[in-house]
Design a protein. Structure first.
Length: 140
């Protein structure tokens, strides 16, 4: 990612349960790591997903994912999961994300994830609440 000033970094440790029979992180678990980073990014802005559901009746649902896998992570690796807001829409957010091994700064995985704000009653996209939109940084 080019602009580190707008990057949110969340540390993750690889546990045995994250690995497959070959001893490397199972591919789908990188998506879980990325989800955690986005959740913690939102929390860092002062918003909890359960409170958004209770107060505003909304959730954020993944709409699109594009992921490239470059190198494997293994049991007990310390990782940094980076989330950078790439696009801020009325009812969606697009993130560029990376998973880096801390020890050697090796890029392991890179992805673009688009999430949609969804009204839980209708299960349809809905505008992101204004109080949240004002806290989400603008994208350059």
């Amino acid at each position: 990612m080019n602009d580190e000033s707008h990057s949110f970094v969340w540390p993750v440790r690889v546990y045995y349960e994250d690995t497959d029979a070959g001893g490397v992180v199972y591919y789908a678990n990188y998506l879980k790591f990325m989800e955690r980073a986005r959740t913690e990014w939102l929390r860092s802005l002062g918003f909890e997903q359960d409170q958004l559901l209770q107060r505003d009746g909304i959730i954020f649902a993944v709409r699109e994912v594009e992921v490239g896998y470059h190198h494997p992570a293994r049991f007990n690796d310390a990782l940094e999961v980076i989330a950078r807001l790439a696009k801020k829409g009325r009812a969606s957010l697009t993130f560029n994300q990376e998973v880096i091994r801390t020890a050697d700064t090796q890029l392991l995985c890179r992805g673009t994830i688009k999430i949609a704000c969804v009204d839980m009653k209708t299960m349809r996209p809905t505008p992101i609440p204004k109080r949240l939109m004002t806290e989400i940084p603008d994208v350059d």
